[in-house]
Design a protein around this ligand. Structure first.
Ligand code: FAD
Length: 348
C-alpha cells in the first residue's frame, strides 16, 4: 500500500478533507493518512450534549454544504461525523485509515513519511492533525496532590457521573461555559477563569461568526475574537437564566481536598474539570521543525518557514483566521491557496 505521490496529507479530519477536495480537483496524486479507524476527526470524541454553535448551512466544507439535521437548529457532533463520512465518500477522497504517521523527514529531494503501515515518499506534505490529541493542562501547584478526580475536556462525556458532587470547572472558553451549563444541572459547580469571561451578545451565533470569518479572510479588519470568547448557545443562555454563569478568579493551588485562592479562601471539591484548551499536534514533524515549541510553528501563509515542502492546515488562527472551524477549514484555512501553491510549484 505505501508508495510515492505528489502530496501526503497527514490527518483526515475536516481540514484534511477540505484540502483533499482541492487536491482531487487539481488532479494531483495524493493520499490522506488518518490515524482513526473511522471518519470524523475530533468530532467523534465530543461530549454527549455538544452542539455546533452554527446552523448547518453556516458550517460548509468546500463543494458540498452540511445538510440540516431534522429537529435541530444546531447540529450534534454525531451529525457532523455523518457529514464528514458522506463528504469523503461523495468526492471519493483517497483516505487510508487507520494509518498513524510517526515521523516526517527530509529524504533528498523528497519527504519520507514514516507510518505504522510503512513509508510513503512525497514531494510535499500537508499536516492537518488538529489539536484534540494534545490537551493542555496548566501547571498549577499541588495538582498531583489532589485526591479527587481530575479530567480534561477530552475526557468529559456527560454530567451524570457528577450527580450530587462538588465540581470545579476551569476555563473561560466555549468548552468551559458549555460543560458548566451541563454539569450545573446535577452538581454544585464553581466556575474559575484566568480572566473575566467575555460573552458574545445573544444575537451572535454561527451566522454572524461565519460572516466575520469570511470578511476577515477577505482582508477586513477585526476577527471573530473581537466579538468575545463565548457563544451564547441555548444551553449557556439557560445557565445564565439559572444564575450559575458566574466565574471566580483562578485559584493559586490545589491540595488533597480542593482548590485554594491566593487570599487564603478554599473550596473543597470532588472533581476538577480542566477546560483549558489544546496545543497543535505536531510531534510527527519534530525532525522538520526545529523552532517548534508547544505553541506554533512559524509559517508564511500555510507554508512552513523551516521546511518549504511542508504546509500546516487548520490548528488555529496562526494558519488562517478561524481555520480550526468547519467554515474556516474551507474558506479561511487556505486549503485552496495551499493546493494552488503546490500545483504551481509542481508545474514550475
Ligand atoms: P481534527 O478534527 O482533530 O482531525 C485531525 C485528524 O488527524 C484526526 O482524525 C486524527 O486522528 C488525525 N491525526 C492526528 N495525528 C495524526 C498522525 N500522526 N497520523 C495520522 N493521523 C493523525 N468548530 C466549528 O466550526 N463550530 C463549532 O461549533 C465548534 N465547536 C467546537 C467545540 C469543541 C469542544 C471543540 C474542541 C472544537 C469545536 N470546533 C467548532 C472547532 C473545530 O471544528 C475542531 O477543532 C476541528 O475538529 C478541527 O479539525 P481538524 O481537521 O483540524 O482536526
Amino acid at each position: 500500500m505505501p508508495g510515492s505521490c505528489d502530496v501526503v496529507v497527514v490527518g483526515g479530519g475536516q481540514a484534511g478533507l477540505a484540502v483533499g477536495y482541492y487536491l482531487r480537483r487539481a488532479g494531483l496524486e495524493y493520499v490522506i493518512l488518518d490515524a482513526q479507524s473511522q471518519p470524523g476527526g475530533a468530532w467523534r470524541h465530543g461530549w454527549d450534549s455538544l452542539r455546533l454553535f452554527s446552523p448547518a448551512p453556516y458550517s460548509p466544507l468546500p463543494g458540498w454544504g452540511m445538510p440540516s439535521q431534522d429537529g435541530e437548529d444546531f447540529p450534534s457532533a454525531g451529525h457532523v461525523v455523518d457529514y464528514l463520512r458522506a463528504y469523503e465518500q461523495r468526492y471519493d477522497l483517497a483516505v487510508r485509515r487507520p494509518v498513524r504517521v510517526r515521523e516526517v523527514r527530509a529524504a533528498g529531494a523528497r519527504l519520507a513519511v514514516q507510518t505504522d503501515a510503512g513509508t510513503w515518499s512525497a514531494r510535499y506534505v500537508i499536516s492537518a492533525t488538529g489539536t484534540w490529541q494534545c490537551p493542555y493542562l496548566p501547571d498549577v501547584p499541588g495538582r498531583e496532590d489532589f485526591g479527587g478526580r481530575q479530567l480534561h475536556t477530552v475526557d468529559y462525556a456527560s454530567p451524570l457521573e457528577f450527580r450530587g458532587q462538588r465540581v470545579v470547572i476551569v476555563g473561560g472558553g466555549n468548552s468551559g461555559a458549555q460543560i458548566l451549563a451541563d454539569v450545573s444541572r446535577v452538581a454544585e459547580v464553581t466556575w474559575v477563569t484566568r480572566r473575566p469571561p467575555r460573552f458574545m451578545p445573544d444575537n451572535v451565533d454561527g451566522r454572524v461568526l461565519f460572516d466575520v470569518a469570511t470578511r476577515t479572510a477577505a482582508g477586513a479588519a477585526g476577527g471573530v475574537s473581537d466579538l468575545g470568547d463565548i457563544v451564547m448557545v441555548p444551553s449557556v443562555r439557560d445557565a445564565r437564566e439559572r444564575g450559575v454563569l458566574h466565574a471566580r478568579a483562578m485559584f493559586a493551588r490545589l491540595d488533597a481536598h480542593g482548590v485554594w485562592w491566593a487570599d487564603g479562601t478554599g473550596q473543597p471539591c470532588d472533581a476538577v474539570i480542566w477546560c483549558t484548551g489544546f496545543r497543535p499536534e505536531l510531534a510527527h514533524l519534530a525532525p522538520l521543525l526545529p523552532r517548534w515549541r508547544q505553541g506554533v510553528a512559524p509559517t508564511d501563509g500555510t507554508r512552513s518557514v523551516d521546511e518549504s515542502r511542508l504546509y500546516l492546515l487548520g490548528y488555529g488562527d496562526w494558519t488562517g483566521s478561524a481555520s480550526a472551524t468547519l467554515v474556516g477549514a474551507g474558506r479561511t484555512a487556505r486549503a485552496r491557496a495551499t493546493v494552488a501553491d503546490i500545483s504551481a510549484r509542481l508545474a514550475g
